[in-house]
Design a protein around this ligand. Sequence first.
Ligand SMILES: C[S@@+](CC[C@H](N)C(=O)[O-])C[C@H]1O[C@@H](n2cnc3c(N)ncnc32)[C@H](O)[C@@H]1O
Length: 143
Amino acid sequence: MLSYRHGFHAGNHADVLKHIALVALLRNLARKDKPLLVVDTHAGAGMYSLEQGFAVRNAEFRGGIGALWERSDLPEPVADYLDQVRAVNPDGVLRQYPGSPRIALGVLRPQDRLRLFELHSTEGAILARQFAQEGRRVTVTAG
Ligand SMILES: C[S@@+](CC[C@H](N)C(=O)[O-])C[C@H]1O[C@@H](n2cnc3c(N)ncnc32)[C@H](O)[C@@H]1O
C-alpha cells in the first residue's frame, strides 16, 4: 500500500526546482515541429489545494512557490514556470498548485500527447477526473 501523498509537499522548494526544469526542458523539445509524447510515470494528483488539506499542515509551499509568487524580477525560465502556476490561480491569489501533469499540459502544443501513470488509487482517481475532458491528447493509467 502506498502511503505517500504529494499534497504535503506540493509547491515546496523541490517541486519548484523540478518544475522549472520541466518547463525549460519541454520548451526546448518543442522547438522542433515534430509531435512530442510526454510520459509522466509518477504523476501524482495533478492539482493541490494550498488553502486546505495536506498542504496547509506543514505549509512547505511557503518556502517554495510562496517565496516566488509576488516576484516580478525573475529570470526568464523561472518567470515562464511561474506563468504556469499563475494560469491556475487566475484571480491572483495563490490558492492551488499544479502538479507536473498540469504544468506539462500548459506547455505542450495541440499536436503533442501526454501519458500519465499513477499507482495510488485516490491520487489516480483525482488525476483521472481532472483530465477527463482532454480527450485523446491525455491518457491516465492507474498503474
Ligand atoms: C513525488 S509524487 C508525484 C509528483 C508529481 N510528479 C509532480 O511533480 O507534481 C510521486 C507519485 O508517484 C506515485 N508512485 C509511487 N510509485 C509509483 C509507481 N511505481 N508507479 C506509478 N506511480 C507511483 C506516488 O503515489 C506519488 O503520487
